[in-house]
Structures are given as structure tokens and as C-alpha cells.
Design a protein around this ligand. Structure first.
Ligand code: FAQ
Length: 330
């Protein structure tokens, strides 16, 4: 697909004719679905876009451990505790694959960490909401992992090899996460009226933030047009949000839970649901650092970094000692 045919709104992208010869040759490879590997030439903008998206994705996985980690000690059964520990551990693994993929583009892990801890790099808005009850753990698995899969399945076809390959494994694990969340919701919905009410309260609080995960509307999305031309993104933010609503609304109906949107209605003609407007003012507040838990999340990550200083120092001292021994043996 040629750059000028991209239907997404947002910023204009250059046509093939307007590009430099290097950029044109690169775009032709993208259009021919040839994967780009780290050592190959790439436009600086492509590299920067990938570093931005992959590192923010990695940060989201790492910060995303915090809301669920909060419930590990309070999981209702030993089995639920073991499942939750495995899930939270998977998120750490996802963060690590993604940091490795970003490192192949010439940014270091330390630089990315510094960008997160200084507040320069974003992470997903969703992780700035609190987990108040056990039902929130069900809602995160069902809705948050559900939204993450919807966004990440197309990323498996991303034009950048290391990112696309990382996504294949991540998506497999996310689907286990989504099922465990839905399983928690099913148990609660089949339980006592209090448990059912907890499940309803959780969907009330998590529905709209989950829709925000897909990013601003297409008219506001700054990066979509260029990212789609480079086949980093395959779908627009609104297309994925629509798919998510179409997939999830019937699941809520099966649980006999009300989606907190009076405008949600099946539209036979379009073959999908109509739904209400996301509160974009809230979204922009959250991504500017003013969500309910932004400060708490950043404080936790900063504390983890400073608590780990002794370990990093120890590793460096050990590496130095080994290097000195090697040099004196030669
Ligand atoms: N939160 O022009 P666009 C997970 C920013 S993983 C915060 O549309 P783009 C697993 C965006 O960065 C969840 N910021 O941007 C899990 C940009 O700002 P910038 C994370 C957001 O990149 C489950 C500006 O707004 N997934 O949940 C958000 O083309 C459970 C303009 O936006 C990924 O990162 C947001 N929601 O599209 C873990 C997937 N949306 O950078 C633990 C990969 C937008 O110019 C527990 N990323 N922004 O300062 C993507 O697919 C894309 O980056 C989008 C945004 C779709 C998120």
C-alpha cells in the first residue's frame, strides 16, 4: 500500500514522489511487506517513532504490574494467588522483551528508564486508575488485557522485525490473561448479590478507561498517519476501539452486566455497536500526569529504582573485578 493511500487522518505524510531517494526505496520495501531489521538503513523518523512506541509499551507493561500486584497478598484462594502471580510475572517478561526490541534501535535500557522516571516518557493511561476490590482484577484481565490484545494482534505484523516477533509471544500470554479475568468475572456474577454488585461496580469504573487505551480519536491522533504508512500500526485508534466494543459488549451481556453507556446500541446497518463519546478531557488529564494514581505509580517506580541501586553497584563492581583479573592474567 502506498503512503499517499493511507486513509487515516492526523498529520499528512509524504507521497512517494516527494520523498528522498533513500526514503522512497525504504517505503517501497515497506509496501512490499519486507520486514525491517535493526542493522538496516531506516529513516530517522521511523527509528524515533519505534523507540517512542516500543519504549512506552515496555513502560506500560512494567507500571502495569502495580495495580494487580496490589492484590497478590489478598487473592481469595491459593489457586487465584498462583494465577495472579504468574500473570504479573508475565507482564515483567513482556516489558523485558520490549526493552530488548527497543535496544536494537540504539537506545539503552538506562536511557529508557531515565525517561520513564523523569516523567518524559508516557505509559498507558489505564494504569493510573486504582484497584479497589478483587473484582477489579477480573475487570483488568477481561477489559484491559482484552483491549491490549485487540491492539497488539495487528502489531504482530508490524514492519519492524524485533517488535513484531516480540508481539507474537506477548499475544499468546495476553490471551491467557484475558481468560483468567473473564473467569473471575463469571465466578463473581454467578455468586451472591454482593459479589455480582462488585462485578458491576468494576465494569462501571473500568469500561471507559479501557476504551481510552486505544488512544485519542483519529482526528486528534498525531502519529497514526505516518505510523500506518510505515506499517508500524495497521489500524487507526478508532477502528480498534470499535472492534473492542463489538467484541466485548456481548461478553458483558453474557455476564448479565450493564455496560455503563446509555448510548451503546447494536446498529444492524453498520454491523457493529454505536457507543457514546469517551470523556477526552479525562484522558488528556490522565496522560498529562493528573490521573488518580499517576503520582503513586511514579513514586513506586522511583522507589524500586533507588532500592535496586546496591544491586546495580554490586554487578558493576563484580564486572570491573573480572575485567581487571582478565587484564592482569594477559
Ligand atoms: N495512554 O498519535 P497517537 C497492556 C499518547 S499494554 C497514554 O494516537 P500513537 C498490557 C501517545 O503516546 C498497554 N498515552 O499515538 C497489560 C502520543 O503521545 P507522545 C500499552 C497515550 O502512538 C495488561 C499521544 O497520546 N500498549 O495493557 C495513550 O500513534 C494488564 C498521541 O496519540 C501499547 O503501548 C494512552 N492510552 O498511538 C499490562 C501498545 N494513547 O508519544 C499489565 C503499543 C495515546 O507523542 C496489565 N502502542 N497516547 O508523547 C500503540 O499501539 C500506540 O502507541 C497507541 C497510541 C495506540 C497507544
Amino acid at each position: 500500500m502506498y503512503a499517499q493511500e493511507i486513509k487515516s487522518t492526523g498529520k499528512q505524510v509524504q507521497s512517494l514522489e516527494e520523498m528522498s531517494p533513500e526514503d522512497r526505496a525504504f517505503q517501497k520495501r515497506i509496501d512490499a511487506d519486507i520486514k525491517i531489521e535493526p542493522k538496516e538503513w531506516m529513516p530517522e523518523g521511523y527509528r524515533k517513532t519505534l523507540i517512542r512506541q516500543i519504549s512506552q509499551h515496555a513502560h506500560s507493561e512494567i507500571v502495569g504490574q502495580l495495580p494487580e500486584g496490589n492484590w497478590i497478598t489478598r487473592a481469595p484462594t491459593l489457586e487465584r494467588k498462583a494465577i495472579l502471580i504468574a500473570k504479573v510475572q508475565d507482564e515483567a517478561g513482556h516489558g523485558l522483551y520490549l526493552y530488548c526490541a527497543a535496544e536494537t534501535l540504539g537506545v539503552s535500557r538506562d536511557q529508557m528508564t531515565e525517561q520513564l522516571l523523569s516523567g518524559k516518557a508516557k505509559y498507558s493511561s489505564i494504569f493510573n486508575y486504582p484497584t479497589l476490590t478483587w473484582a477489579d482484577i477480573g475487570a483488568i484481565g477481561w477489559l484491559v488485557d482484552g483491549a491490549a490484545i485487540m491492539n497488539q494482534v495487528p502489531l504482530q505484523r508490524c514492519s519492524f522485525g524485533p517488535y513484531s516477533r516480540a508481539m507474537i509471544r506477548v499475544c499468546k500470554e495476553e490471551s491467557f490473561h484475558q481468560r483468567q479475568g473473564y473467569d473471575i468475572m463469571m465466578k463473581l456474577c454467578e455468586g451472591t448479590p454482593e459479589q455480582k454488585a462488585m462485578a458491576q461496580d468494576a465494569i462501571n469504573r473500568w469500561w471507559w478507561p479501557s476504551l481510552m487505551m486505544f488512544g485519542p480519536s483519529d482526528t486528534e491522533s498525531v502519529h497514526s498517519a505516518q505510523s500506518m504508512a510505515w506499517k508500524i500500526k495497521q489500524d487507526t485508534n478508532d477502528e480498534l476501539r470499535q472492534k473492542f466494543v463489538d467484541q466485548t459488549a456481548p461478553q458483558a451481556e453474557y455476564l448479565d452486566l450493564q455496560v455503563p453507556d446509555p448510548d451503546l446500541k447494536w446498529n444492524e446497518e453498520k454491523g457493529g455497536y454505536d457507543f457514546g463519546e469517551v470523556d477526552w478531557a479525562e484522558f488528556f488529564q490522565v496522560i498529562s500526569g493528573n490521573g488518580p494514581c499517576n503520582k503513586e505509580r511514579m513514586a513506586a517506580r522511583n522507589k524500586a529504582w533507588s532500592d535496586g541501586a546496591w544491586f546495580r553497584d554490586g554487578l558493576m563492581a563484580h564486572a570491573k573485578k573480572k575485567e581487571t583479573r582478565k587484564l592482569s592474567a594477559n
